[in-house]
Write a protein that binds this ligand. Structure first.
Ligand SMILES: *Cc1c(COP(=O)(O)O)cnc(C)c1O
Length: 347
């Protein structure tokens, strides 16, 4: 009897990356592997992405990019979230492209670049208010970067922003604001070869936002960024499945030794279902380390494998359904799957 575990279907992931990258071609595909590849495992997913259509990878912070370099990845890497203690010297030495939102970052990066210029992507905020220079601060950021470029310390590789994906109208307004910011930079003499804006949502539904590259995240993991279409509707396949054997059956209730401490969202109890022996059964309770299924009237027995969520191909619930049951988004369901569960890679 196998223990609770997470299975990662690398063939499904490769299919998704190939599907998305051909959808947006000739725009290129940067694959977001932040947050441990949305809980799927940083290094294996990074290699699989590069084998199947992505030509660069995005992480949040420099340490994850360095980890990818140490694992032998030579493709372009992009990191954009830098606190005051960020190790820019290590990033520049490792040839990591750096997203830059503020003048202090340009100065710190320029100071850290000794032998080769640092490759930087200047970020303007287009309404998400999470980071990126405000439109008022944008000209000063561009000027600081141009000065560092003239001094041979940086190379301005790209201009970029991130969409809120709140509504198509908001994203269209953000695209306009982005184009205006590109024009402001051009008027100051800054015309880098690359522009990027879209993540999964706009990458799929807003061709005008694809620009030089799309930074795909959640869609590549087989979870739809939309409420009105599932991954299956989009031709994408779920990558993660969570499985656990039945540990005991008593009075029509099957118990499993997996629970909220493993990342299974407790508020979904009473609504969620799991799949075992060919059909779905209601989950009646989710504890910290255990979970109970109503299997009354079935032949479910100790040792049978239960799928909490998976591909959906045989009727198993998907992470998208769990997101509904737990009143959250699919990103949360997969990314919170605990580190303590072993990950088994297939395909
Ligand atoms: C997470 C992230 C992405 C990927 O977003 P998805 O919606 O998961 O496709 C792209 N760009 C940035 C800056 C991000 O933070």
């Amino acid at each position: 009897m196998t223990a609770p575990r997470i299975e990662i279907d690398l063939a499904a992931f490769r299919h998704n990356v190939a599907t998305l990258s051909s959808l947006v071609a000739p725009s290129r595909t940067m694959l977001a592997v932040k947050a441990n590849a949305y809980g799927h495992g940083l290094v294996p997913l990074a290699f699989a992405a590069l084998e199947s259509g992505a030509d660069s990878l995005a992480v949040l912070e420099i340490p994850a990019a360095l980890e990818l370099r140490r694992a032998g990845i030579t493709a372009p890497l992009f990191a954009w979230l830098h606190g005051p203690g960020a190790d820019f010297a290590a990033a520049v030495d490792a040839g990591i492209d750096l997203g830059v939102s503020a003048t202090w970052q340009v100065e710190a990066i320029a100071a850290a670049a000794h032998s080769v210029p640092a490759r930087i992507h200047l970020k303007v905020d287009t309404g998400l208010h999470r980071n990126g220079a405000n439109p008022e601060d944008w000209p000063a950021l561009v000027d600081a970067a141009l000065a560092a470029e003239r001094a041979g310390r940086v190379e301005i590789s790209a201009l970029w922003s991130h969409l809120a994906d709140a509504s198509p109208e908001d994203d269209a307004a953000a695209l306009t604001l982005f184009q205006e910011s590109v024009a402001v930079a051009a008027a100051r003499g800054c015309t880098p070869p690359l522009l990027h804006l879209a993540a999964s949502s706009a990458g799929i539904r807003m061709p005008a936002a694809r620009l030089g590259l799309v930074r795909f995240g959640i869609a590549a993991y087989g979870i739809s960024p939309f409420d009105d279409e599932t991954a299956r509707d989009l031709g994408l396949r779920p990558v993660m499945s969570v499985r656990a054997p039945v540990a005991a059956v008593d009075g029509g209730v099957a118990s499993l030794s997996i629970g909220s401490a493993d990342g299974i969202p407790a508020p979904a109890a009473g609504r969620a279902q799991a799949w075992v022996a060919g059909s779905r059964h209601p989950i009646v309770e989710i504890g910290i380390d255990s979970l109970s299924l109503d299997v009354a009237g079935s032949t479910v027995a100790v040792g049978d494998e239960v799928v909490l969520f998976g591909s959906g191909d045989d009727g198993e619930p998907t992470a998208e359904e769990w997101a509904d049951w737990a009143d959250t988004i699919g990103d949360e369901i997969v990314a919170r799957a605990s580190e303590r569960l072993p990950r088994v890679y297939r395909g």
